[in-house]
Design a binder for this molecule. Structure first.
Ligand code: MSP
Length: 637
């Protein structure tokens, strides 16, 4: 077993907003890379970290606006991040939060250590402070006197603070970057950092007076101050591993691969390596920087009011289709434009057409010709080299975080298999001819190998493809090379194609499915406890249903069992309205149904939804019905 380890991190996201497409993108990239490395090195050799950044002005302000304490607010939003990653099927090994005692103690220990070694001093500073970015800007960095990110005028602040002697390490950092040419990659970002380092590096103000900001980690050597949010946040990458004594720190540091977008290049490329150096810790291995998703050519950010909710897209198109689009569409390091139309186009062309059609065509022919039996067939080996070459290409591309290229290598294989079928036309041949069998089996085995290669990228699809081919997904301990060679051709085993639904149904509609959910107008920056967002409301599936029959539930005075009709389906509903509406009054009535309520069992009868009624102060109950008759199944909006 290799003793190489791989430690992969995402930024820890601020809890002043709920997750949007940008956060999902970085975390999905990291998940894909973590899955890939687990299949390359073994699961125990890989550690994938994400989490939330919970201190600072921004969070304190968002909490105040929501009428909550900062901690309660951070707990809630951090929970939304965690839940979102779970629902997207992501697999971090740890979700770190900066408000845990462990993290706070680690930050204090780190600060004390560099204070003791003389790299922190007390002084006065005046500068242009952007509350959005939580940092001071130099005159040169401002654009037309405004913060380049938030486009708001900064506030001039003068105060006494603690400073970190960054300037002292400038030459060391330049040498380190030059000596390790891919320390920061892609190259454009390395060049950006080196060009920034041509000017003398100012010392970094690392504290905020507690009188101005309470919500932070107290500086251990002066309780009147809290630590600057970036000092707190960056240290998460080692506190998560239990620095300095932790077993995981020993195993995974410095094999660290940080993954970020270009917005936070400077803290990661300059502050962080210098902080590590000052504390006597080896620098991380690589900083991997991706570009920005833009919507309608504007940078997508909450403050500019253009937000795309990742879960809406994953719900509308499927997790793997969403994942595929993000991985394929953006060239690592460059910006890309997001549009739902582009997502649908890729889904239809690459997933439904190229891969999905190939898969169902091969399986259907095997079903038709041989009753789905694929035991003991031979494999012509036509694609053995091609699948191995694809793995070599994928491995090389993944080393550079070139996800789109890696998928390109898999899709070349998909195209080659499609071409092979078109050339051999097995559908026109005699099923009894062994060559027909060999062609179809070769295609089936190549599809199995494609599924193996897809495991890190489209995990659910890979599993479905294998299941359809009559095999279970390989154990998580398998390596990709093994997966390629352990074929269907274990001749002694009974193999039967299983019936599978289309991998990716085409999306016909010209109107994107999640457009009703998409926010292109100002998005709420936080959710107040008494309000729900429009997305939350839209999760309710309210429908008109027509009652077909009704009967009293034996043993209950209140309950009535209804049989209702929606479009093309009937359901049983148990309603507690028998006293107001006896069974004979129901048939033919149209009611409003909460159609996606989790089914529940009442008096032994499963109720598949809830009928809406209004109740006045005296307890009088009236049923809600549409004002005119409308086809059953119609949506209530
Ligand atoms: N809390 C800091 C990071 C501390 S890391 C020690 C922070 N948080 S953030 O919530 O603003 O997240 C920034 C990160 O979110 C980006 O670096 C990127 O990973 C992701 N993205 C946010 N918007 C994005 C796009 N529009 N496009 C691509 N990724 C984006 O900064």
């Amino acid at each position: 077993m290799s003793d190489e380890t791989y430690y992969l991190t995402t930024p820890i996201y601020y809890v002043n907003a709920t997750p949007h497409l940008g956060h999902a993108y970085t975390t999905i990239l990291a998940d894909t890379m973590a899955r890939f490395q687990r299949l390359r090195l073994g699961p125990e050799q890989v550690y994938f970290l994400t989490g939330t950044d919970e201190h600072g002005d921004k969070v304190a302000q968002a909490a105040a606006k929501a009428g909550e304490s900062p901690q309660a607010y951070a707990d809630r939003i951090s929970g939304v991040f965690k839940e979102t990653w779970k629902r997207l099927g992501l697999t971090p090994d740890q979700f770190i939060r900066t408000t845990t005692d462990h993290h706070k103690r680690t930050v204090q220990r780190f600060l004390q250590q560099i204070y003791d070694s003389g790299d922190i001093y007390f002084g006065e500073y005046g500068g242009h402070y952007c509350f959005g970015c939580e940092r001071f800007y130099t005159e040169k960095e401002l654009q037309d006197g405004k913060c380049p990110d938030h486009r708001t005028a900064p506030t001039f602040i003068k105060e006494e603070n603690y400073f970190f002697r960054m300037g002292k390490y400038q030459d060391w950092l330049i040498d380190h970057i030059n000596g390790h040419p891919d320390f920061i990659r892609p190259e454009r970002y390395k060049n950006e950092v080196l060009s920034f380092l041509r000017d003398p590096l100012e010392d970094l103000c690392i504290s905020r007076p507690r009188a101005r900001l309470e919500w932070g980690i107290p500086i251990p050597f002066d309780e009147q101050f809290v630590t600057y949010v970036w000092f707190d946040a960056l240290i998460n990458y080692i506190s998560a591993l239990g620095w300095p004594e932790g077993e995981e720190f020993r195993r995974f540091w410095p094999a660290a691969q940080h993954l970020i977008a270009k917005d936070i290049l400077k803290p990661h490329a300059i502050y962080w390596p210098i902080m590590l150096k000052a504390a006597g810790i080896e620098p991380y291995r690589h900083l991997n920087v991706h570009g920005y998703w833009k919507i309608e050519e504007a940078k997508m950010s909450k403050s500019l009011g253009k937000v795309v909710r990742p879960l809406d897209l994953a719900d509308a198109y499927g997790r793997d289709a969403f994942r595929y689009f993000l991985l394929r569409e953006m060239t690592f390091g460059l910006d890309a434009s997001f549009s739902e139309e582009a997502l649908v186009a890729r889904l239809n062309a690459d997933l439904a057409n190229d891969l999905g059609n190939l898969y169902s065509r091969v399986l259907k022919l095997i079903e038709r010709f041989y009753g789905g039996n694929i035991t003991g067939w031979t494999y012509s080996g036509t694609f053995s080299d091609a699948t191995r070459d694809a793995l070599t290409e994928i491995t090389a591309a993944m080393k550079r975080f070139a996800f789109s290229e890696a998928l390109g290598a898999i899709w070349n294989l998909v195209s080659a298999t499609n071409k092979y079928l078109v050339t051999n036309e097995p559908w026109k041949q005699d099923p009894g001819d062994p060559r027909t069998k060999a062609v179809l089996f070769t295609a089936a085995e190549t599809l199995r190998r494609i599924a193996v290669l897809l495991m890190p990228f489209l995990p659910e699809t890979a599993e479905r493809m294998m299941r359809g081919l009559g095999i279970d997904a390989p154990p998580t301990s398998i390596r990709l090379e093994e997966g390629l060679s352990l074929g269907l051709l274990d001749r002694s085993l009974e193999r039967q194609i299983r019936e599978v639904p289309a991998l990716f149904p085409r999306v016909e509609s010209a109107t994107p499915r999640s457009s009703k959910n998409r926010k292109t107008t100002a998005a709420p920056s936080e959710v107040s406890p008494d309000e729900i967002t429009i997305e939350e409301f839209r999760r309710l599936d309210l429908r008109v249903a027509e009652v077909v029959e009704a009967e009293a539930v034996p043993g209950s005075k209140k309950l009535v069992r209804l049989r209702v009709r929606l479009t093309g389906e009937e359901r049983t509903i148990v309603a507690g309205l028998r006293e107001q509406y006896p069974p004979e009054t129901w048939p033919g009535k149209q009611v409003i149904l909460v159609a996606n309520l989790k089914p529940t069992t009442l008096m032994g009868i499963q109720s598949q939804g809830m009928v809406l009624a209004a109740e006045d102060e005296e307890g009088k109950i009236v049923l809600l019905t549409p004002e005119q008759r409308i086809p059953p199944g119609s949506q209530v909006r």
